[in-house]
Design a protein around this ligand. Structure first.
Ligand code: ZN
Ligand code: ZN
Length: 148
């Protein structure tokens, strides 16, 4: 049985807007904050629970980089010993990025070549649709009030 790689060091650099993970197998992943937000694994960002998946959607690697409160990192917290919770400046805080997910999200050239070899390359139409979907998020329909 192979055990999945685990981080030995995690560094967030707000100036560069980059998160760096050094893995215990020597691999180094450098994620732009923008990529991390695009790949937020929460149900809302994934378009509902039925679309929840374990692996990053390949389309996230092809979305345009963004610099806004959505993509500025406010805080990172460890979640148990299995992942990170990222809290963004716009208040979004629901994504739990586990180690396996983060490793599969590595945008380095070698990992990108591996994804291409597996055919994980979205076509132009899929990319365009995803950009459109993200620009027009569904409005929250449920109103919640405290009566006491
Ligand atoms: Zn999310
Ligand atoms: Zn990589």
């Amino acid at each position: 049985m192979t055990t999945s790689p685990r981080p030995t060091k995690i560094t967030a650099n707000r100036e560069k807007a980059e998160l760096t993970i050094v893995w215990n197998d020597g691999h180094v992943s450098v994620y732009s904050f923008s990529l991390l937000r695009h790949a937020c694994p929460c149900a809302e960002c994934m378009g509902g629970h039925e679309n929840m998946r374990r692996d990053p959607d390949p389309v996230v690697f092809y979305l345009p980089a963004e610099d806004s409160p959505r993509t500025r990192l406010h805080l990172i917290e460890g979640v148990g010993n299995y992942g990170l919770n990222i809290i963004w400046e716009d208040g979004h805080r629901y994504g739990i990025y586990n180690w396996d997910y983060l490793r599969k999200l590595c945008p380095c050239e070698a990992c990108q070549r591996e994804r291409e070899a597996q055919g994980l390359v979205p076509d132009e139409e899929t990319i365009a649709k995803e950009i459109e979907r993200r620009m027009n998020p569904p409005k929250q329909q449920i109103q919640i009030e405290f009566t006491l």
